[in-house]
Design a protein around this ligand. Structure first.
Ligand code: PGA
Length: 256
C-alpha cells in the first residue's frame, strides 16, 4: 500500500508570532527548489496561526495544523477555540488527544471522540493521538490500552471521515525524553493499531489510514523508523523547533 508520508511539527507551547515568522522564512528558503514528496505540516500555538498563514503565503507546500480544538460550536467556553474559527485561519489539520492534553488537562476518550467528530463537521483533518505509559506497557496492558483508546476515540466516526484522519502513535514514555521506541517496537505496535483499525473499518480502509510515529523522533532515527512498513510519517516535538533539524527529519525519513 502506497501511503504518502506525513511529517508534522508539534511546537506545543513554543514560538509566538515573531519566532514563527523567523522559522518559516528559514525553512522555506531551505526547501526552495527541492521536491519534497512527503506531506509537511506545522502546528503552532493558536496565537501564531495568523503569522504562519501569512509567512507561508499562497501555494505553500506546507500545511497548517492546530494543536487542539473545542468539542463545542460557540458560547461560554472561556479559553477555547472552535473548529469554525480554525477554518477561518485556513487550518487543514488539528491534533486531537495528545498525551499532554490527556494527562495534564484530563481529556477523556469521550471528549477526544467528540472533538474528532466536531473537527470532521468543519472538514478539518484530525491527527488522532494515542499511546501508552511505560507502566501500562510493562504491566502487559499495551494492547488493551491502545484498543480502548482507538475504539472509544473513533466511536461513531464514519469510514469516509476515517479516510481523512491520521492516527499518531506516541508512546508516552518516548515523548520529550530522548528515548525512542526501537523500530521493532514501533513497527509491532503500529501493526497492532492497524489490526484494530481493520477490525473497525475493514481491510481496505485500514490499509489506507496513515499512522504516524511520535516520541523523540530526530534526524538520526527518522530513516530507520520510516523504513518500517506500518509507519507513515512522524509527529515531531523538540526536533521540529529548529528549521534545519525539522528538514533533516523529513529528508532522512522520506529517503528511506
Ligand atoms: P518529542 O514530542 O518529539 O519532543 O518527543 C513529540 C510529541 O509530543 O508530539
Amino acid at each position: 500500500m502506497n501511503r504518502k508520508l506525513i511529517f508534522a511539527a508539534n511546537w506545543k507551547m513554543n514560538k509566538g508570532p515573531s519566532e514563527t515568522e523567523d522559522f518559516v522564512k528559514s525553512f522555506l528558503s531551505k526547501i526552495q527548489g527541492q521536491s519534497v514528496n512527503s506531506e509537511m505540516v506545522i502546528a503552532p500555538p493558536f496565537v501564531s496561526l495568523a503569522k504562519l498563514v501569512e509567512a507561508l503565503g499562497t501555494n505553500s507546500q506546507v500545511q497548517i495544523a492546530a494543536q487542539n480544538c473545542s468539542q463545542y460550536d460557540a458560547g461560554a467556553y472561556t479559553g477555547e477555540v472552535s473548529v469554525l474559527m480554525l477554518r477561518e485561519f485556513f487550518v487543514h489539520y488539528v491534533i486531537i488527544g495528545h498525551s499532554e492534553r490527556r494527562s495534564i488537562y484530563g481529556e477523556t476518550d469521550e471528549v477526544i471522540n467528540a472533538k474528532i467528530k466536531k473537527a470532521r463537521e468543519a472538514n478539518l483533518k484530525p491527527i488522532f493521538c494515542i499511546g501508552e505509559t511505560l507502566e501500562e506497557r510493562e504491566s502487559g496492558n499495551l494492547e488493551k490500552v491502545l484498543r480502548t483508546q482507538v475504539t472509544e476515540g473513533l466511536k461513531g466516526v464514519s469510514e469516509k471521515d476515517m479516510l481523512e484522519t491520521v492516527v499518531a502513535y506516541e508512546p508516552v514514555w518516548a515523548i520529550g525524553t530522548g528515548v525512542t521506541a526501537t523500530s521493532e517496537q514501533a513497527q509491532d505496535t503500529h501493526a497492532f493499531v492497524r489490526s484494530v483499525l481493520k477490525d473497525l473499518y475493514g481491510e481496505d480502509v485500514s490499509s489506507k489510514i496513515r499512522i504516524q510515529y511520535g516520541g523523540s523522533v530526530k534526524p538520526g532515527n527518522a530513516a530507520e523508523l520510516m523504513a518500517c512498513p506500518d509507519i507513515d510519517g512522524a509527529l515531531i516535538g523538540g526536533a521540529a523547533l529548529d528549521p534545519q533539524s525539522f528538514l533533516e527529519v523529513i529528508q532522512n525519513g522520506s529517503a528511506s
